[in-house]
Design a protein around this ligand. Structure first.
Ligand SMILES: [Zn+2]
Length: 253
C-alpha cells in the first residue's frame, strides 16, 4: 500500500497499542478491560484526555504521573510504538490492497504482542488469546487468496501442534500447553514449512536469551524462562521475512 495508508496504519497501530497496554495489564488479573477508565496505579488519579495520548503524553509528562509524579513504566510507550511500527510495516508490505487481509494481519501482530508480554510477566499464555488466534488463522486460510490455503492452515496447525504436543509428553519441563496452542496458531497463520522455521528461530533466540538473562542474573537458573516471547519473535520474523528466510535456507543446500 502507499505511504499515506501506511502512515495512517502506523497511527492506528499506536492508538490500538495504547488499548493493548490495558489488555496486558488487566486480563491476567481478571479485570474488565472497559471499566473503570485508565488511572494511575500509584495514586488512583483518573487520567484526563490529554494524559491519554499514546507516546506523546508520556514524553510531555516526562514519564511521570501528572498528579503524584510517580514514574510511569517506559513499557507503555514502547508497546504503543512497536505496535504502530509493525502496523506501518505490514501496510507497507501489503501488495494485494485488500483491507480484509490487512485487518487480519493487524490482528495477528497485536495478539502476538499481547501474548509475548503477558507470558513474560506471568508465565502464562491465556486461552482467550491463543485459541482465537488458531481459529482466525484457519478462517483466514480459507478467506484470503494470499498466504497458506485453508487446508494447509488446518493441516499445519494440527501437524506442528501435534508434534510439539508429543514432545512435551516426553519432556514436560520444556514447554507448556500454552506454548503448544500458540505454535498451532502460528501453524495456521504461517503454513508449512514456515511454522517450523518460526519454532526453530524461537528455540535459537530463546537459548541465547536464556543465557543472557542468566549472565545478568535477571532470572535464576531454576526459574522458568518463558518461551512465548521467543515464539512471537519467530512468528513475526517468518511473517514479515518468510520469503527471504526460505531462499536463504535453500541457498545453503
Ligand atoms: Zn499518580
Amino acid at each position: 500500500m502507499g505511504i499515506e495508508l501506511s502512515v495512517l496504519s502506523g497511527i492506528l497501530g499506536v492508538i490500538i497499542g495504547s488499548f493493548l497496554n490495558v489488555v496486558i495489564y488487566r486480563v491476567p488479573q481478571g479485570k474488565s478491560i472497559i471499566f473503570p477508565g485508565s488511572h494511575c496505579p500509584a495514586c488512583g488519579h483518573n487520567l484526563r484526555p490529554w494524559e491519554l495520548v499514546p507516546v506523546l503524553s508520556f514524553l510531555i509528562l516526562r514519564g511521570r504521573c501528572a498528579q503524584c509524579r510517580e514514574k510511569i513504566s517506559w513499557r507503555y510507550p514502547l508497546i504503543e510504538g512497536l505496535n504502530g511500527s509493525l502496523y506501518f510495516y505490514a501496510a507497507w508490505m501489503n501488495h494485494s490492497g485488500s483491507f480484509l487481509e490487512l485487518g487480519i494481519h493487524f490482528y495477528f501482530i497485536s495478539v502476538l504482542l499481547v501474548l509475548a508480554v503477558i507470558d513474560w510477566d506471568t508465565y502464562r499464555l491465556p486461552d482467550v488469546f491463543t485459541l482465537p488466534l488458531l481459529g482466525v488463522g484457519i478462517v483466514a486460510g480459507f478467506l484470503l487468496p494470499q498466504g497458506p490455503s485453508g487446508w494447509e492452515s488446518l493441516a499445519t496447525a494440527l501437524g506442528v501442534g501435534g508434534v510439539f504436543w508429543m514432545i512435551t509428553r516426553l519432556y514436560p519441563e520444556g514447554m507448556g500447553l500454552g506454548d503448544i496452542k500458540l505454535i498451532a496458531g502460528l501453524g495456521a497463520f504461517l503454513g508449512f514449512p514456515e511454522a517450523l522455521i518460526a519454532v526453530f528461530i524461537a528455540s535459537f533466540t530463546g537459548s541465547i536469551g536464556g543465557l543472557i538473562m542468566l549472565s545478568f542474573k535477571k532470572r535464576s537458573f531454576r526459574e522458568q524462562i518463558p518461551f512465548g516471547p521467543y515464539l512471537v519473535l519467530g512468528g513475526w520474523s517468518v511473517f514479515f521475512w518468510g520469503q527471504n528466510i526460505l531462499s536463504f535456507y535453500n541457498s545453503l543446500f
